[in-house]
Design a protein around this ligand. Sequence first.
Ligand code: NAP
Length: 241
Amino acid sequence: MEPIESRPPGEGKRVCIVGASGKLGRYMVRHALDRGYEVVGVCREQSVPKLADFAERITVVPGPTDDRAVIERAVDGCDAVFTVLVPWGMHHYASGTAQAVLDHAPEGARLIFSCGWHITRDGKDVYGWKFKLAVAVVGRLAKLVRAVDLDDQVEACRRVFDSGTRWTVVRGSTLEEGPGQGLPVWSRHVGDPILASDRTRRIDFARFMVEAAENDDLVREAPAIVGRLTRSALAHAETRT
Ligand SMILES: NC(=O)c1ccc[n+]([C@@H]2O[C@H](COP(=O)([O-])OP(=O)(O)OC[C@H]3O[C@@H](n4cnc5c(N)ncnc54)[C@H](OP(=O)(O)O)[C@@H]3O)[C@@H](O)[C@H]2O)c1
């Protein structure tokens, strides 16, 4: 009998990671390389040295992620684009980045975006008072010092949801560092008891983003995720078995 060939899922496929030099971005680069993808990374010019560990293994396109010409060049020929949506500054950085990806990614490409639980697709998420307070306080303070504009991340996601592309918006819970625990579990809505622990390892968030590219069940979904070994995830698993 012929041996069954096991080929890495990314073999022969090219992906782009927009925001590759950040913490989440670098984890995504690692996961993507491990899965056999050819990787193109986009990051600000001054952050290119943060990708030095991958220098020989990836192509870096330096420039602001909301620069349409930079994104057009980087996503050319890509099967999937992973975008870290960050609402830095008051110049529509997140929505500009999302729009550039939506406009220039090849037709049919999988487009995966990162954000937090505060983004809601259908208004059916149920938030606790502590979460609402934290978002209100952080959002207002950040806007006051003109550092971060959470409303722009909301606008970025609205554009993604309204697009006809093959998108997934991955909504991360509070992130922490540490060794990977495996693929996070997810729910369509914040408020689901499975998510109550509100913790995900950043390395696992990145894994969820990268694996989403091969999971058609996640097309046009906005999964809210939580670490698979958290108390709430384990409790939920027990009730299901
Ligand atoms: N932190 C959390 O607890 C948390 C919770 C839920 C969801 N999330 C989501 O997870 C994703 C990653 O967040 P993270 O906190 O882990 O951060 P991160 O991965 O370190 O990413 C930060 C990104 O922001 C860029 N950046 C920093 N300063 C900038 C500036 N002044 N102008 C433009 N870009 C700038 C960084 O680029 P450089 O490398 O060029 O600096 C990097 O790409 C985001 O989508 C966030 O909404 C985070």
